[in-house]
Ligand binder design. Structure first.
Ligand code: ADP
Length: 229
């Protein structure tokens, strides 16, 4: 699903080398945590996958497609193939949960009856169907993030990328969000989660990819977080 070969990234601003010689493969259906100290290069790695950042060297393929030299007008199609979940849930405040979900379907051009069915399914999957008439401000952070995950999944993406999805949440709420991501992976979606959530990583014991100072420091099948929290 994801393959990076000797990837390096140097940001022109300040000539910062964010990643050096990263080679990594994530097969379809895999679930992996991406860990490492702040500034290690985790976000940069995720941004490479949705073409928000360009590789300075090496090559990247996503879903069987070489995206190393992807041209700007092909980027929206690439992003439609994946779900992206960020730390700030990004729900539209003036719309209910249901309307937020339907809006995402509209953007994807899904016909209404199919959209309604998918919205129902996805909200059910993250345990939020009963709150579909609530506005984001009426939900806890964890609930909003579960809706954001459901929204990222309406297009049935083969790949879900999450960058610090529990960054703003307390440990108990985080557990609910991580469990929702795991449920997504159990359905066959490939999931890559950058996180500082030591509790979740140590509880779930999944594949752990650690980046330190822009290089691959660890890649373990049933790994631990490995840093002080
Ligand atoms: P992490 O997600 O692990 O905290 P990042 O990928 O955000 O790390 O950052 C890796 C390095 O790249 C850091 O040194 C950061 O300051 C630098 N960096 C990130 N984004 C940019 C940018 N747009 N321009 C210049 N440097 C950047």
């Amino acid at each position: 699903m994801i393959e990076l070969k000797s990837v390096g990234v140097t940001y022109p601003t300040g000539n910062v080398t964010a990643l050096t010689d990263i080679s990594l493969a994530l097969p379809a259906g895999d679930f992996a945590f991406l860990v490492g100290p702040t500034g290690a290069g985790k976000s940069t790695l995720l941004k490479l996958l949705y073409a928000d950042v360009r590789a300075t060297s090496g090559s990247i393929s996503v879903a069987g497609r070489d995206i190393t030299k992807i041209i700007p007008h092909e980027i929206p199609a690439l992003r439609r193939q994946m779900g992206i979940v960020l730390q700030d849930y990004g729900l539209l405040p003036q719309r209910t949960v249901w309307e937020n979900m339907m809006f995402a379907c509209e953007v994807l051009g899904l016909p209404r009856p199919e959209a309604r069915q998918r919205v129902r399914e996805r909200l059910e999957q993250v345990g939020m169907l009963s709150r579909c008439d609530a506005f984001p401000a009426q939900l806890s952070g964890g609930e909003q993030q579960r809706v954001a995950i459901a929204r990222a999944l309406v297009g049935k993406p083969a790949l879900l990328i999450a960058d610090e999805p529990t960054g703003n949440l307390d440990p108990e709420t985080s557990a609910g969000v991580m469990d929702a991501l795991l449920a997504v992976s159990d359905e066959g979606t490939t999931v890559l989660v950058a996180t500082h959530d030591k509790n979740a990583v140590d509880r779930l014991r999944r594949r752990v990819i650690a980046i330190e100072r822009g290089t691959l420091a660890r890649d373990e099948a049933e790994g631990a977080y490995g840093y002080a929290s």
